[in-house]
Design a protein around this ligand. Structure first.
Ligand SMILES: NC(=O)c1ccc[n+]([C@@H]2O[C@H](COP(=O)([O-])OP(=O)(O)OC[C@H]3O[C@@H](n4cnc5c(N)ncnc54)[C@H](O)[C@@H]3O)[C@@H](O)[C@H]2O)c1
Length: 406
């Protein structure tokens, strides 16, 4: 039996996927409300294919609880934020989960850490905790790192098809865990050592962050001298060895906007390009806010309350708002102005910010300047409703004449 610890955006789909592929799974989360929701037959976030996967897993016998289980394999999928001051990974959730596993696990059990951690985290924070309790790693307890690569919005497909990395001290233990993931994963699974697995995950997200920053910097340069960044990128990408990403209003979520900081925090004198890239991406919401003021001025607008931000989530067609560019922009704007922008997102049902709408038509009726912060399918399918409005399209999806870009 597998005990999956932490049933959030990563742990829940992982647990469901294993259960629906014939593995006996119990999911544990210390959030009782979340466990009660799952036990009431409901999923806790919106994701393509998740409800169907949930039904299949429940039929296969998955159970959810707040208790840690006595078993031989644990998968730990708890948060790993970064310390905003030092930029280093905050491993406290992982350490707490490992300590709780140690209270119940039998001799010879394996703890698989799926949470993203910086290279050396397991050595520095997890091993000492285990050894301090008198456990001998490799005999009493085995450690494995199996970082997750899936992207919100396409999690179910990617869980099935992505290649995976498994880092273990002991090759045989790594192969055993590879077999477990092979129950559902159709991609290639590479077995390596723990530090390499830690580093590859962080490097993958850093590669994305740096490339996004390059596109964002190009957008700023092109804005400065009134060049069309999208046309320039399109032509550059016709070169056989060039593949520039698209600029945008910023980066959010719990991966690309967080993990590269781990390298900056751990290697401050070496990770210069990464540091600058993260600052460039983090500066994009402010850049968009300045564009809003510029465009208002150009159109003789003075009332910020007639400006609406479309989208609150950090990416399209998901309900995850963590570190979202819209939230960053609102925070910035609140520092500058008293009353503010209107906001709408079809994926956010609860009121989370001031001046939030829950109906597209009501939102559009309340504003005459729309800023497309997130390219949800809903707005792509309702472009005609933007006719007659001033539009700042941060993703170049609009195609209407007279639209502004970042
Ligand atoms: N969300 C993503 O897109 C994504 C993608 C790849 C990797 N990751 C990594 O996966 C890890 C988990 O991220 P997430 O987005 O699923 O986080 P999350 O916040 O959605 O879920 C974490 C869950 O763990 C629970 N939890 C925390 N500590 C616990 C403990 N000691 N015992 C039991 N439950 C506990 C929380 O209640 C929460 O439900 C992070 O390291 C993240 O960087 C996330």
């Amino acid at each position: 039996m597998i005990n999956v610890i932490g049933l959030g955006y990563i742990g829940l789909p992982t647990a469901l996927m294993m259960a629906s592929h014939g593995v006996e799974v119990i999911g544990t989360d210390y959030n009782k409300e979340l466990v009660d929701t799952l036990n009431a037959g409901k999923t806790t976030f919106k994701e393509k294919g998740l409800d169907e996967l949930f039904d299949a897993a429940v039929k296969a016998g998955i159970r959810f609880t707040t208790e840690y289980q006595v078993t031989d394999t644990y998968i730990v999928s708890v948060p790993t934020p970064y310390d905003k001051f030092s930029k280093k990974v905050d491993a406290c959730y992982v350490v707490a989960a490992v300590k709780d596993v140690m209270k119940v696990c039998p001799k010879g059990a394996t703890i698989v850490i799926e949470s993203t951690v910086s290279p050396g985290t397991i050595e520095k924070y997890v091993r000492p905790v285990i050894e301090a309790d008198g456990f001998k790693i490799g005999e009493d307890l085995n450690l494995v790192h199996a970082p997750e690569r899936i992207i919100p919005g396409n999690m179910v497909y990617e869980l099935l098809h992505n290649n995976r990395t498994i880092g273990a001290d002991d090759r045989a233990v790594g192969e055993k865990i590879k077999e477990l993931y092979s129950s559902f994963c159709e991609g290639e699974i590479v077995v390596t050592d723990i530090r390499t697995a830690e580093m590859t995950k962080v490097v993958e997200n850093t590669f994305r962050a740096v490339n996004i920053a390059f596109a964002n910097e190009l957008a700023k340069i092109c804005r400065h001298d009134n060049m069309d960044v999208y046309e320039i990128i399109r032509i550059c990408n016709m070169h056989p060895r060039v593949n520039i990403l698209q600029p945008g209003p910023g980066v959010g979520g719990h991966c690309i906007s967080v993990d590269p900081w781990f390298l900056v925090g751990d290697y401050p004198s070496l990770a210069k390009v990464i540091d600058e890239s993260m600052r460039t991406n983090d500066g994009m919401p402010d850049f968009v806010l300045n564009r809003i003021y510029e465009i208002m001025k150009e159109n003789g607008m003075t009332d910020i309350a007639r400006v609406g931000l479309y989208g609150l989530t950090y990416k399209e067609n998901v309900d995850d708002m963590r570190e979202s560019p819209t939230l960053q922009l609102l925070e910035s704007q609140q520092r500058h102005l008293a009353a503010g922008l209107k906001v709408y997102d079809p994926f956010i049902e609860k009121d989370v910010v001031a001046n939030q709408y829950h109906d597209l038509d009501e939102f559009l009726a309340a504003v005459n300047f729309v800023v497309i912060m997130v390219k949800h399918n809903e707005i792509r399918e309702n472009m005609e409703k933007l006719a007659g409005k001033v539009v700042l399209d941060c993703h170049n999806i609009c195609g209407l004449p007279g639209v502004y870009h970042i």
